[in-house]
Design a protein around this ligand. Structure first.
Ligand SMILES: Nc1ncnc2c1ncn2[C@@H]1O[C@H](COP(=O)(O)OP(=O)(O)OP(=O)(O)O)[C@@H](O)[C@H]1O
Ligand SMILES: [Mg+2]
Length: 296
C-alpha cells in the first residue's frame, strides 16, 4: 500500500492551484495533478487522511478518460511517473498511482452538469419553480426521483462559495451557440454512457460534473471525470425515491458527522479510526465495483 499523502510540498515547482483534495503544478504546456488523501465534507477539509483515497480518485478518472476517448478527446497524457518531465522520477514513489500529467488547456468558464435524478440544487429549484435550469419537469416528482431523461444543467464557476446555476441561454451566451450545442451533446452522451456502465455494476450515477476546455479550438474534457468528488454515486440496492440517498463514498463520514454538535465550519472534528477505515473501504469498493480491478 502506498504511504498516505497529505500534501505535496516536496514538489519544487510553481503551483497552479491547490484545491481541497488535489494539488496541481504548472509545468508550462502541461499540468501535473496530484490527488492527495485529504477528504472534505461540507466544504471543510479534515486533518486526518483516508489512505489510498487519492489513488482511487486518480485511477478512476484515468479509467474513465481511457474509456470515453471515443466520445470526446481529453487532457490526459500519462499516469506513469516515468513519463513525466525530467526531475519528477525522484518523486515516483509518492506520485505513483495518484497523479496525472495533463495538457494545460483554456478552460471554458462553466461547469457542465448532467442530472439523471432529482437531488441537490436541482431538487431545490424544482420545489420552488417546477423548473431546473429553465427545463420544465413533470409535476409530482419527489426527492431522488429518476428524471424522464437526463438533463444538462450548466453553472458558472464562482470564485468563492457555491456555483451558480444558469440557463442554457446564459451558457450559450458565455461560450457561443455552436460550442454550447457541442458541449451539451457531448455531456449528455458521456453521462448516458457512464450511467449505463455503472448501473450494470450496481451503482446509480445520479448526476455528474464535467469541465471542458479548448486546445487550438478542439474541445477537450479536462479536470476529473466520474469520480466520487465530481459525481453522486448511489447504491442501487439501497435506492428508494422520496428521501435522501446514502452517498456511496461518504456515507459513514456524513452519518458520523450528523451525530456531532458541529456547525460545519472550521475547525473540523477529529475523525475516529473506524470512520477512516470504513470510508477508505468504500472508496476501494467503488474502484473495484466500477473497474473490476483491485488496487495494485
Ligand atoms: N487540463 C487543464 N487545464 C487547465 N486547467 C485545468 C485543467 N484541468 C483542470 N483544470 C482546472 O484546475 C483546477 C483544479 O482545481 P481543484 O478542482 O483541485 O480545486 P478547486 O476546484 O479550486 O476546489 P475543489 O477542491 O473544491 O474542487 C480547476 O480550476 C480546473 O478547472
Ligand atoms: Mg474542482
Amino acid at each position: 500500500m502506498p504511504a498516505p499523502l497529505k500534501d505535496t510540498d516536496f514538489i519544487n515547482h510553481p503551483v497552479f492551484i491547490r484545491g481541497k483534495v488535489r494539488d496541481v503544478y504548472d509545468l508550462g504546456e502541461n499540468l501535473l495533478i496530484v490527488a492527495t488523501d485529504r477528504i472534505s465534507a461540507f466544504d471543510v477539509v479534515f486533518n486526518e487522511l483516508i489512505p489510498e483515497k487519492g489513488v482511487v480518485l486518480n485511477s478512476l478518472a484515468a479509467f474513465w478518460f481511457d474509456l470515453t476517448r471515443q466520445i470526446v478527446a481529453n487532457h490526459m497524457i500519462s499516469v506513469d511517473p516515468r513519463q513525466y518531465p525530467r526531475g519528477f522520477d525522484r518523486f515516483a514513489d509518492s506520485l505513483s498511482g495518484r497523479s496525472m500529467l495533463v495538457k494545460k488547456i483554456n478552460m471554458l468558464p462553466v461547469e457542465c452538469i448532467v442530472r439523471g435524478y432529482l437531488e441537490g440544487s436541482a431538487l431545490k429549484a424544482y420545489r420552488e419553480t417546477g423548473l431546473v435550469s429553465g427545463i420544465p419537469l413533470p409535476a409530482g416528482l419527489v426527492q431522488a426521483d429518476r428524471l424522464p431523461e437526463p438533463i444538462f444543467t450548466p453553472s458558472t464557476k464562482a470564485e468563492s462559495g457555491h456555483d451558480v446555476n444558469i440557463s442554457y441561454e446564459a451558457f450559450s451566451a458565455l461560450v457561443g451557440a455552436d460550442r454550447a450545442a457541442e458541449v451539451r451533446r457531448k455531456s449528455l452522451e458521456l453521462y448516458r454512457f457512464a450511467a449505463d456502465f455503472t448501473e450494470s455494476r450496481g451503482i446509480i450515477l445520479a448526476d455528474t460534473k464535467f469541465e471542458f476546455g479548448l486546445l487550438d479550438e478542439e474541445l477537450m474534457l479536462a479536470d476529473e471525470i466520474f469520480t466520487p468528488d465530481s459525481s453522486r454515486f448511489w447504491e442501487k440496492a439501497d435506492y428508494q425515491p422520496g428521501r435522501a440517498q446514502k452517498s456511496f463514498d461518504k456515507q459513514y463520514l456524513r452519518e458520523w458527522l450528523e451525530t456531532l454538535d458541529w456547525d460545519k465550519s472550521p475547525p473540523p472534528p477529529k475523525l475516529p479510526p473506524d470512520v477512516i477505515a470504513q470510508t477508505g473501504a468504500k472508496y476501494k469498493e467503488a474502484y473495484t465495483l466500477l473497474t473490476g480491478k483491485r488496487l495494485a
